[in-house]
Design a binder for this molecule. Structure first.
Ligand code: PEP
Ligand code: MG
Length: 580
């Protein structure tokens, strides 16, 4: 039994067989084979080892020519490793003794070697673990004949164990068959985590080497609420988690009963709870969970889930579907926020040294105007279908906002000329997710119909901490006093200029922050649909007076630890059973 602690990315407990995907999505079949096929498996292994050795030998020569001996030495290590007769013998042994497939046997042997290397004290050898991953991937690619796993064709429920999952992969999985995710990298607000929460699937991220600690087919437990993964659990552990699973379900059933109750504080302040969605189909789930509308429609998935850019018609259909499903409730469509870890066909992050600070999001759109205009046309055409609002992401300067609005005005003119209907008075707002936008919130509020605070990015940019990097995840906290003060500043300015303000980062769905945000003056929250009932419960259990006191106190703190401990206490005192 192995227990690993990562970061709790999406709550809930799941128990099931692991499906291990390596970074290139290869699925390693764990099945025993017919004895008659054993020689074929060994031949397959030999051919794969040969081809891999040949490849690294060519790489070594090329590296020596272009990069010098030191780099070439890395490939020498690969070459020797692959050519080592002991490696082959170990794999053949597993194939013959246990009737494993060549891929599974090879992955097992590599798994053992990686563990050995990780446990040695010598830092040089420790570093070689990365090389072993490389070698494993290369040889497996040959053994498996480069067939990529088609995750849309799963036949049994599994827990996906992977280095990372792209948003488009996550969305293409069959939700009924994915019990949970256990992921090597990432943080609480990386897109993988956001999507898991949106889908209501438990997930733990930042597990480092979970892909080597677990083999395909092994039973694992994913405790997404506490960020723990247990591989090969013993009986007692299994029973304990089964009980936790039942408790979680009971709690959710209780929460569901709140669906039709209003989100209003005990002293009568109404609060609007909206949903974040990524695909139009999510609207009905959001309404089911009690959402009063959509506060953030992340439109990027349309661009990520296909090898070609979506056409105007495809985009229009998606936006129209979302508005129709909302049945008159507000839907805030955010214009595409591509770049960094969300790359559309034709985009390359490698051109930027720092992709999160690079040509992304609205900046990318303002350079690729043809693509942006098609997108805006599709949005505007769908605007006649309901209560649509348009929101621009990632703005740092007033000029960017003006340029975006001017582009929208151009597209409106084109539509007018073509006699195509759209809602002329569609409200236009922006996300406040850079410290610059937060500090100048007043100036922006004068030029917008609404502001929405994107704390996922605002935290990243304020603290200079990559939101998707597990190595600095302990520094990433939305409750850092610097972030809290910026949020306060935005809310105050929105009020001063009488524009509406919401918060749509992951913070909005975390009950730890509900009272603080209410106290800072926020009355509009947008979150993953599954988070709505729990937040509503907090709203209904507190008073605005109490929330204001909490906010006044937090504003005075200097350290995020103080804020965290204090907010935990305050949460416990209104809902003691909450595991804060
Ligand atoms: C945010 O940055 O807080 C946000 C809501 O946008 P995203 O998570 O899509 O970057
Ligand atoms: Mg953002």
């Amino acid at each position: 039994m192995i227990t690993k602690k990562g970061i709790n990315a999406s709550p809930g407990v799941a128990i099931g067989p692991a499906l291990v995907l390596d970074t290139e999505e290869y699925r390693i079949p764990h099945r025993t084979i017919d004895p008659a096929q054993l020689p074929a498996q060994v031949r397959n292994l030999d051919a794969a080892l040969d081809a891999s050795r040949q490849e690294v030998s060519e790489l070594r020569l090329a590296a020596a020519r272009k990069l010098g001996d030191e780099t070439a030495a890395i490939f020498s290590f690969h070459e020797q490793f692959i050519a080592d007769p002991k490696l082959r013998a170990g794999v053949v042994d597993l194939i013959e003794q246990h009737r494993f497939t060549a891929a599974y046997a090879f992955a097992q042997v590599m798994n053992q070697r990686q563990k050995l290397f990780r446990n040695v004290a010598d830092p040089y050898l420790k570093e070689r673990v990365r090389d072993l991953y490389d070698i494993e991937k290369r040889v497996l690619r040959h053994i498996l004949g480069r067939t990529r796993e088609d995750m849309t064709r799963l036949t049994e429920p599994v827990i996906v164990v992977a280095h990372d999952i792209t948003p488009s992969q996550a969305i293409s999985f069959d939700r009924r068959l994915i019990l949970a995710f256990a992921i090597n990298v990432g943080g609480q607000t990386s897109h993988m985590s956001i999507i898991a929460r949106m889908l209501g699937i438990p997930a733990v991220v930042a597990l480092n080497d979970i892909t080597t600690d677990v083999s395909g087919g092994e039973t694992i437990v994913v405790d997404g609420s506490n960020g723990i993964v247990v591989a090969n659990p013993d009986k007692e552990t299994l029973n304990r988690y089964r009980e936790q699973q039942r408790e979680f379900e009971r709690f959710n059933i209780q929460l569901r009963a709140l669906r039709d109750e209003p989100a209003v504080t005990r002293d009568g302040l109404p609060v609007q709870l909206l949903a974040n969605i990524e695909v139009p189909e999510e609207v009905s789930r959001a309404i089911e969970a009690g959402a009063e509308g959509v506060g953030l429609y992340r439109t990027e998935l349309l661009f990520l889930s296909s090898p070609r850019l979506p056409t105007e018609e495809q985009q229009y259909e998606a936006f129209r579907a979302a508005l129709r499903a909302a049945q008159g409730r507000p839907v805030v469509i955010r214009t595409i926020d591509l770049g960094a870890d969300k790359l559309a066909p034709g985009m390359s992050a490698q051109q930027d040294h720092n992709p999160v600070l690079g040509l992304r999001s609205l900046r990318y759109c303002l350079i690729h105007l043809d693509m942006f205009k098609v997108h805006l046309r599709a949005i505007l055409r769908a605007s006649v279908e309901g209560d649509m609002r348009i929101m621009f992401p990632m703005i740092a300067t007033v000029m960017e906002l003006r340029q975006a609005k001017a582009t929208l005005a151009d597209v409106m003119e084109d539509l007018d000329e073509e006699g195509i209907a759209f809602r002329r008075n569609v409200p236009i707002g922006m996300m406040v997710e850079t410290p610059a936008a937060a500090l100048l919130a007043g100036a922006f509020a004068r030029e917008c119909a609404f502001l929405s605070i994107g704390t996922n990015d605002l935290t990243q940019y304020t603290l200079a901490v990559d939101r998707a990097n597990e190595r600095v995840a302990q520094l990433y906290s939305a409750h850092n006093p610097a972030v809290v003060r910026l949020i306060h500043q935005v809310i105050r300015n929105a009020r001063r200029y009488k524009v509406s303000v919401s918060l749509c980062g992951e913070m909005a769905g975390n009950t730890l922050y509900t009272q603080l945000l209410l106290g800072l003056g926020l009355q509009r929250f947008s979150m993953a649909p599954g988070d709505i009932p729990a937040v509503k419960r907090i709203v209904r259990s507190t008073t605005i007076e109490r929330c204001r006191q909490i906010a006044r106190k937090v504003i005075e703190f200097d350290a995020d630890r103080q804020v965290l401990n204090y907010l935990r206490e305050e949460l416990r005192s209104i809902v003691p059973e909450e595991d804060a």
